[in-house]
Unconditional design. Sequence first.
Length: 585
Amino acid sequence: MVVFYGGVVAWLTWPLAAHLRTHLAITDPIARFEVPLVAWTLAWESHALVTAPLRLADANIYHPAPHALFYGPTAYGALPYFMPTFLLTGDPALSLNVMFLACLALTATALHLVVHRWTGSHLGGFVAAWTFLTTPWLLWGQGPGAEPNYAVLQYFPFIVLVTAEPLHSVGGMLGLVALVILQGAANPVYIAPAVFVPLVVVALGRLVRRSTRASAFRLLAAIIVAAIALGVLHAGHLVVRAENPHLAVQTYWTRPSSTQLMWGPLVYGPTAIARASALIVLVGAAIFTRRLLADRALARRRAWTHATLWAVIGFLISVPPIGMWGDTRIVFPHLRLAAWAGVYGLVREPSRLGVASLTGLALLAGLGFAECTRSWARRRAIASGLAAILAVTMYAEYARGFCLRLPALPCESARPLPQSYPLMTATRAAPGIYDVVRERGGPLVELPFAVPGTTDVLDVPAAHARAMYRSIFHWRPILNGYSGFWPERFPVRIALARRLPDPQVLAALRQETGLAMIVVHLADFAHPEPELEYAIGSPSRPSPFAPGAALAEREVWATIADRGGTDALRLVARDGDDLLFAVVE
């Protein structure tokens, strides 16, 4: 079954599977820096765990800031699917693509198995998996296609399955603890809350009834143990927060935006499943309700109840604190609670919390289909035909970008998908440069930080993310860095580095950071960032570019290289347009 869904995922993302070593997905402008960030994060953790585990927190970016790993997501949950390939091959692109595709296939398989467990219907399991895979957020826009660690969702269906039944044993409680830790470790800001909030609601609901109170206490104990374990795993984030009193403003990003109500979540984000899937949920629910009055099937009722609970709770927590109905601004009550707790200083894209709702909706689609075809147990051909028609309808909506034209809601984000999945070339490290870097040692900085003459904020993190990705091939400390937040002194050091090769700036950087090497990519001065072929909801646009400024800055470094260096710099390696200078002591 995993192989089957692996093939389906490879088809939906083709030609990524044919370019696992050379290309990475780029479904949104943020993928230019988020994808290299995730690759670097997992590569650093893999490297540190087998070489110097005690140095895990002190990653090689933002030098000389301590605890650099914890300025961004750690993505521990993705590590078991990335690390084996990386340790065997040393190839971050291959490892990231294998993790991305495998986790999507595993989640589809998990949904299938859970629905089959509840209903005995493999076709219902397929409908659940297909609902998941044809939700546009999953492979397009700012979903896992742009941030691959969000592909680790395969534990959600099993968590729903386990909690649908009361916990009667310590073994069941420990199993749930393991599932929650594994799922929550994928992302402590978005995925972990999407797990814990529905679990707490379930536990509180069971506390009300005497017959389920013992189960509720076991569930609460499991929640507490899992929360403590995840807190220990991510304690470094609290250390970084303590070291940076103004951390909330040390970032490229802002607070969550508003969304159109009530239709916004229906056309984008994890909750925007296919309309055909939503229809089968409604029809199946109506049939189930009618039958429930007759036979009161306890197991089926629990399945429907818990899938619905996860769908509804996941939806509610994913709605931004400010909504719009046309031009009317609506402030939800949870805005005040969140403002008091400082939640939206971290949760800047609440829609991502909808992964819990996506799980519930996919399970409901499978349950709905099984309910619609339950009376056709001996007419498998008819049920199979209906599943095929439903799958084709869902894919047509997915591929053609169908959009319901609802009041106060435009359809700009709905447009046909391209014939092939959008890819970007994985950054490669020139061996003539990075072999020398690896041998020499010492901190370095990579230039340029952005395309000269541009003002687009996206260019800056993209350049730093490329430097981070290249550092995988040498692991020397670098002044560059990109993550969710930055150290307090980082902008100061970068402002200085922008003025290189000024001798006074070089001396100041050497004194503060021990800077030993400078890598210069002349080609990056000459060409702006490539435009994206396609990005849902984020049309491609060229960045402003000043050729004169770019060529002038490039000429300065090219002239220094032709002369072999300056009094303060010495050219020690050259590979095409890539230059390596050593700082003269």
